[in-house]
Design a binder for this molecule. Structure first.
Ligand code: PLP
Length: 426
């Protein structure tokens, strides 16, 4: 097949650099031969990957469409303008900035736009479901800003809204942040908006994890409530590995300046083109159905694991992920991760609320359904996957060659054969 542009040319790469070419093939094989249950991962489309592997990577385009610091930008301007328009349309937002290189970069821009070093931010604690960039001590956000953290309620294991309110009134943060990496439940955006108004704070939603479900209109959107919404484009959304933000018109200039030149240099135009492709995909009825299926699958997986004694925190999920407490089956998160991995099931250990273990051991696992749903699996397959996980985690030994790992892997192979990732053309 001839390509109409100088873009992906696997054969030339294979000739020149067989080592890297081999790695690219091995990674596709790895994806094809296992179950990817990492909640923050997905399988982006060939269209997205084609845009990523294009000559748009060459172009310097510091600035924004129509006002660049370099010549020769009229073509890439069209890509960025399309990405912006599609993001605004998809999320019903006043303004979009599609230049952040990642979720963390988008978050940096929010700090840059609204806070001075030493100012206070109120966000969710990392071990309770938050994110590194929400003011942890190892991140710029915790080193340069005063972070106050809320957690979850001991009974419900969902956000402790009373604590949020108490801390907001006590510390008067400049910014109140909602969102995180291990929150299975919907977030009450209206509550946060009212609270932010009451104390005169900016309300920021980090929607990195769930923005795809918003794009597919499968869960309520934070956009009408928040001053700014940051997100990644590679999780449920299923675009390229990158970030973006949408905001109210009144904050547009401030946030644009914070993305460039405050935090970043030149934008990655090939990735921006890939984001435009992804936003177009997300506007389709197929994607809306996908987003609904992701949630139905996550709910089934959470229920089925729970029936086997691997308890879902909060009792289940409203989104694409669930968090499971392994204490009932006497396995640690790290142990479960290794045992599952040996059997071809990729998931991650995760702290559960009030976890007695250290973070690198943890008492829980986090599982998500974006990738397996992209492969076309449905609720029946989730029941099978729950059985496979249960067997691997409770009986496995972390040895890929053991009888039990092989037994589970046979079940994994069967699913992968029936629902292939990146299916080969017939
Ligand atoms: C994944 C994630 C990020 C960071 O995204 P990167 O692209 O890895 O920098 C930020 N916030 C939340 C809540 C996330 O889940």
């Amino acid at each position: 097949m001839s390509t109409p542009f100088y873009g992906s040319d696997y054969e030339a790469l294979e000739q020149f650099d067989p080592e890297i070419a081999g790695i690219l093939v091995d990674e596709v094989d790895r994806i094809r031969s296992g179950l990817q249950l990492i909640a923050s991962e997905n399988l982006s489309s060939p269209a997205v990957i084609t845009a990523l592997g294009s000559t748009l990577t060459n172009k310097y385009a510091e600035g924004y469409p129509g006002r660049r610091y370099y010549g020769g930008c009229s073509v890439v301007d069209r890509a960025e303008s399309l990405a912006i328009e599609r993001a605004k349309e998809l999320f019903g937002a006043d303004h979009a900035n599609v230049q952040p290189h990642s979720g963390a970069s988008a978050n940096q821009a929010v700090y840059g736009a609204f806070m001075q070093p030493g100012d206070t931010i109120l966000g969710m604690a990392l071990p309770m479901g938050g994110h590194l960039t929400h003011g942890t001590k190892v991140s710029f956000s915790g080193k340069w800003f005063n972070a106050v953290h809320y957690g979850v309620d001991k009974q419900t294991e969902d956000i402790d809204y009373a604590e949020v309110e108490r801390l907001a009134k006590e510390h008067k943060p400049k910014v109140i942040l909602a969102g995180g990496s291990a929150i299975p439940r919907l977030i009450d955006f209206e509550f946060f908006r009212k609270l932010a108004d009451e104390i005169g704070a900016i309300f920021w939603v980090d929607a990195a994890h769930f923005i795809g479900l918003v794009a597919g209109k499968a869960i309520p959107s934070p956009v009408p409530y928040a001053d700014v919404v940051t997100f990644t484009t590679h999780k449920v959304l299923r675009g390229p590995r990158s970030g973006a933000l949408v905001c109210k018109e009144e904050h547009a200039a401030k946030l644009d300046k914070a993305v460039f030149p405050m935090m970043q240099g030149g934008p990655q135009m090939h990735t921006i083109a890939a984001k435009a492709v992804n936003f177009k995909e997300c506007a389709s009825p197929e994607y809306a159905q996908y987003a609904k299926d992701v949630i139905a699958n996550a709910q089934q997986l959470a229920t089925s694991l729970g029936e086997k004694g691997i308890r879902p925190t909060t009792g289940g999920t409203d989104t694409h992920l669930s968090l499971h407490d392994l204490q009932g089956v006497g396995v640690t998160g790290a142990g479960a991760e290794a045992r599952a991995d040996a059997a071809g099931i990729v998931l991650n250990k995760n702290a559960i609320p009030f976890d007695p273990q250290k973070p690198n051991v943890a008492s829980g696992i986090r599982v998500g359904t974006p990738s397996v749903t992209t492969q076309g699996m449905g609720v029946e397959q989730m029941k099978t996957i729950a059985e496979l996980i249960h067997t691997a985690v409770t009986q496995g030994d972390g040895d890929p060659d053991s009888a039990i790992s092989k037994q589970v892997r046979a079940g994994v192979d069967e699913l992968c054969k029936q629902f292939p990732a990146y299916p080969r053309p017939a």
